[in-house]
Design a protein around this ligand. Structure first.
Ligand SMILES: [Zn+2]
Length: 109
């Protein structure tokens, strides 16, 4: 798990991760035992409904925001027996700043 501390690292991670908006096929219907390590120091169940799925990437990667305001990019591996690997994680505030930087028009009306 890579802890991103700096806005440039986050921007780099976002562009390398090929994030897409979640879609109709986005499902986190996994067993309760499937947890990922989060930057907030906790482990969260991938199927936890309190998580916000911010984005997805092919094939089974999810960008979660947990209630402790940490963003984690998680890769679910395996078919019959899944494991969740956290690729990177950062504070939600830093993530937001990176998004604002990447898409400067997003906040302008
Ligand atoms: Zn967390």
């Amino acid at each position: 798990m890579k802890m991103l501390k700096d806005i440039n690292e986050v921007i780099m991670a976002i562009s390398e991760s090929k994030l897409q908006p979640k879609n109709a096929l986005t499902s986190t219907n996994y067993p309760d035992a499937l947890v990922y390590e989060c930057g907030c120091g906790d482990f969260h169940q991938v199927n936890d409904l309190s998580l916000v799925i911010f984005a997805v990437a092919m094939p089974v990667k999810f960008c979660f925001i947990c209630e402790n305001k940490y963003v984690s990019f998680v890769h679910v591996k395996g078919f019959f027996r899944q494991e969740a690997f956290t690729i990177w994680t950062c504070e939600a505030e830093l993530f937001q700043k990176a998004i604002d930087d990447l898409i400067p028009d997003a906040n302008q009306k």
